[in-house]
Design a protein. Structure first.
Lengths: 109, 113
């Protein structure tokens, strides 16, 4: 059974600082997903990582995948308040999709 | 392109009452998922459909939960009878086979009193 672990679970950042969220998974994952969820809202797809070494960037967010280490990272560059949300990673193995517990990010001025 | 539509958005019921949720996926998406999300946790899959076939319902508590997807489009998820522990957000998502990416609806927040 695929297990997905994120850390940290809570992250309080100052604006303009950089930080990384880590996502470890237990078995082979066909692909890795990152989602954003604002309070009371649904999940918004950020990135889909398909292969080892994949890197995708959108604005201040950059996601990468290391399938050998079974690790994905979401790097935040020069954080701004608008990035405050909960970020989930999810792995997929044989059509079974499993989510991490989420990282609640708060960006403070 | 319209997103995944769910209704109702909020539902408050007393325990032992029945409740039903409805989901309309994105047009052209053949896969449909129902998830349960507890506060502070990630979504947990309840059931996955490929067209009208439930291909993974291993996590669905079948003693009280049921789902259907007639004609391979809209889907309903039912709980009967509801228990206090069923209070959560029920999310519906849709996608296309093979691509894996899922698009989520706004969810239904269920409160069981």
């Amino acid at each position: 059974e695929l297990k997905v672990e994120q850390n940290p679970l809570f992250l309080s950042m100052q604006e303009e600082k950089n930080y990384t969220i880590y996502c470890n998974y237990s078995t082979t994952s066909d692909r890795l997903y990152w989602y954003r969820q604002d309070p009371g809202k649904s999940l918004e797809s950020l990135f889909v990582l398909l292969s080892n070494g994949a890197v995708k960037q959108e604005g201040r967010l950059m996601a990468s995948l290391d399938t050998k280490a079974r690790l994905s990272t979401l790097h935040i560059t020069a954080a701004v308040h608008d990035l405050s949300a909960t970020y989930f990673c999810a792995g997929k193995h044989n059509n079974d999709m499993r989510f991490g517990a989420g990282t609640r990010l708060t960006v403070k001025p | 392109e319209a997103g995944v539509v769910q209704s109702p958005r909020y539902k408050i019921i007393e325990k032992k009452q029945p409740v039903a949720f409805w989901c309309n996926p994105i047009s052209g998406h053949n896969t449909l998922y129902w998830y349960l999300q507890n506060l502070g946790q990630g979504p947990e899959l309840l059931i996955r459909y490929e067209n009208e076939e439930a291909v993974d319902d291993s996590q669905l508590p079948k003693d009280r939960f049921s789902a259907e997807r007639l004609k391979g489009v809209d889907s309903t998820l039912k709980i009967q009878p509801a228990e206090l522990g069923d209070s959560a957000v029920y999310l519906c998502a849709s996608g296309r086979t093979g691509l894996g990416e899922q698009f989520f609806g706004p969810g239904t927040r269920l409160t069981v009193l």
